[in-house]
Design a protein around this ligand. Structure first.
Ligand code: ZN
Ligand code: ZN
Length: 205
């Protein structure tokens, strides 16, 4: 797909668009994905890290310890996380961590298609299945940063076709919709709980 080249995103431009290789592998991975909301995918963080490591090796790149750590933090978070939160967590492990270290690691993970930048809340999240598929459509809770990636290739392609029919080129791999997750909707209904749970991943049931 030549149209998948994101013009406004330097982090992606040096690397072939994910859609190119996804187009080749989409049939092989057309099975149904079962991923719970709040989790990037169904596997354990360890399995996901091993998968990402292998994927980078196949591309002739290296998942260095810092890149791996940032990816691990995002996997453990299970939701969109701001760069400065990642930096804070990094500093708890490596007190000398400087902002550029984290930003460079994020740039690498973005360009490899392993994570998404969520522009509406200026945060980052792990791609729903890391290395396997074309990106889906991201639904982002504007309250807590919960992200669900809808794996709907036909819907995504139809949307992109409509955008191009209108004379536009999509400027980023990410297609995101703003939402309010069920937990935050429930918290909104109970004002006290909303305050207590605004940043905690509490499942209100
Ligand atoms: Zn994705
Ligand atoms: Zn939420």
């Amino acid at each position: 797909m030549k149209n998948a080249k994101p013009a406004a995103n330097a982090a992606h431009s040096a690397i072939p668009a994910k859609a190119d290789r996804a187009a080749a592998s989409v049939d092989a991975h057309a099975h149904a994905h079962a991923h719970a909301p709040g989790h990037a995918h169904g596997e354990s963080p360890e399995a996901a890290l091993a998968l990402a490591e292998e994927y980078c090796r196949e591309r002739g790149e290296k998942l260095t310890p810092i890149r791996r750590k940032v990816l691990e933090l995002l996997l453990n978070s299970g939701r969109a996380t701001k760069a400065y939160s990642l930096l804070d967590e990094m500093r708890q492990i490596h007190p000398g961590s400087a902002p550029p270290t984290v930003y460079r690691a994020l740039d690498f993970l973005l360009s490899a298609g392993l994570v998404h930048r969520i522009e509406s809340i200026n945060a980052f999240t792990v791609c729903h299945d890391l290395t396997q598929c074309q990106h889906g459509i991201l639904v982002v809770c504007q309250q807590c940063g919960n992200v669900t990636e809808l794996h709907q290739p036909k819907l995504r392609q139809a949307l992109i076709a409509q955008i191009e029919d209108a004379g536009y080129r999509v400027a980023s791999d990410e297609i995101e919709l703003k939402g309010l997750c069920s937990a935050c909707q429930a918290a909104e209904a109970v004002p006290v709980a909303a305050k207590a749970g605004a940043t905690a991943p509490v499942a209100a049931k």
